[in-house]
Design a protein around this ligand. Structure first.
Ligand SMILES: [Zn+2]
Length: 205
C-alpha cells in the first residue's frame, strides 16, 4: 500500500493500482469511524487481487456480491478481532451499553460492532435506527439482520407513539412494535432515544 487519500467520491472507497503503485481513495465527507472501516474493506480487496495486476475496485452495494461480503467480513475481523471481542464481552449483558463499549474501544460504529458480535459471539440482536421528523419516526437502517430479513423491516403504525413515549435518558427495555414482512409484531428490544434519533437492540427471531 503506497498511499491513502481523501477524495470527493460517490462511493465510500476505492482501491487503485497503477504502474505498480497501490492507493486507497476514501470519500472525503465520511466520519472517521466509517473511514477506518472503509480502508479495512479496501484492504480486503487488495488481499484478493493478483499481486501484479492493474485494477480499479469500487465499493459496490453490499449484499449478494460474494467479494463485497468477504471485504465487509475482512474489515470486521481486522478492526474487531474475534479473541479481543470475546475477551471484552466476557460475561457482559447483551445490551446497548455493551455494544457501545465494544464500538468505543475498537473505534468502530455501533452497526459494525453489532454485525461482528453477532458473527462471533452468538448475539441474536439486530440494531435498528430511526430519525424523528416532528412527531413521526422514520426507520433508517438495520445492522445484523437475520438471514432473509433484508428489506422486510418497517415501522408499524404504533412505533412512533412508542418512541415518543420513551423520550427519556438512558436505555429502556420495551416490547417494540414493528412491521416484519407486512405483519405487525412486538419484539423485545432495548431502546435509546436521543436528539431526534432512536436506536434499538431488538431480538427479531
Ligand atoms: Zn468493496
Amino acid at each position: 500500500m503506497d498511499s491513502i487519500s481523501d477524495r470527493p467520491l460517490l462511493e465510500d472507497g476505492r482501491l487503485e493500482r497503477y504502474e505498480g503503485s497501490t492507493s486507497i481513495l476514501v470519500r472525503s465527507d465520511i466520519s472517521p469511524k466509517r473511514r477506518r472501516f472503509t480502508i479495512a474493506h479496501e484492504l480486503g480487496h487488495l488481499l484478493l487481487m493478483a499481486p501484479n495486476s492493474e485494477f480499479v475496485a469500487a465499493r459496490h452495494i453490499i449484499g449478494k456480491d460474494v467479494e463485497e461480503r468477504f471485504c465487509e467480513d475482512f474489515a470486521g475481523a481486522l478492526l474487531l478481532p474475534a479473541w479481543w471481542v470475546k475477551e471484552t464481552i466476557h460475561d457482559r449483558p447483551r445490551t446497548l451499553h455493551t455494544l457501545r463499549v465494544i464500538a468505543g474501544r475498537s473505534n468502530t460504529s455501533l452497526a459494525a460492532s453489532c454485525v461482528r458480535m453477532k458473527k462471533i459471539s452468538g448475539w441474536q440482536s439486530t440494531l435498528l435506527c430511526w430519525n424523528r421528523h416532528e412527531s413521526n419516526w422514520h426507520f433508517q437502517w438495520a445492522a445484523g439482520l437475520p438471514n432473509g430479513f433484508e428489506g422486510r423491516i418497517r415501522s408499524s403504525d404504533h412505533t412512533s407513539a412508542i418512541l415518543n413515549s420513551h423520550d427519556m435518558s438512558g436505555d429502556v427495555d420495551i416490547e417494540l412494535p414493528l412491521r416484519i414482512s407486512g405483519t405487525e409484531k412486538r419484539v423485545p428490544a432495548q431502546v435509546s432515544v436521543r436528539h431526534g434519533s432512536a436506536i434499538a437492540l431488538a431480538v427479531l427471531i
